[in-house]
Design a protein around this ligand. Sequence first.
Ligand SMILES: [Zn+2]
Length: 112
Amino acid sequence: MSKVHVKKGDTVVMITGINQGKKGKVLDVDKDESRVLVEGINLRTKHKKARNRYQQGGIIKQEVPVHSSNVMLICKKCNAPTKVGKQILEDGSKVRVCKKCEDIIDVLIEKK
Ligand SMILES: [Zn+2]
């Protein structure tokens, strides 16, 4: 299992840095690097050159991955940043739980 506590599609909030307090959706997770790509967070401006006269050049903004320790998951039930716990249910399913409301966030591994 990866140490990254969030996954694609989660809504997270930045807890450090210049983007602190900003929320966004996780677009991608790099488990090896423990980095997450969050929609609208940590944007870098890139200048795009026009390749030919039919194509416009210009400035595009692109997200740069941030370290997973800089984000916190937002629990859909509490609607607040929370720590994520992992639990194994009696039937063997592995789930992620919100440490605040103890509600199941989602199922990681369903029982076989
Ligand atoms: Zn919760």
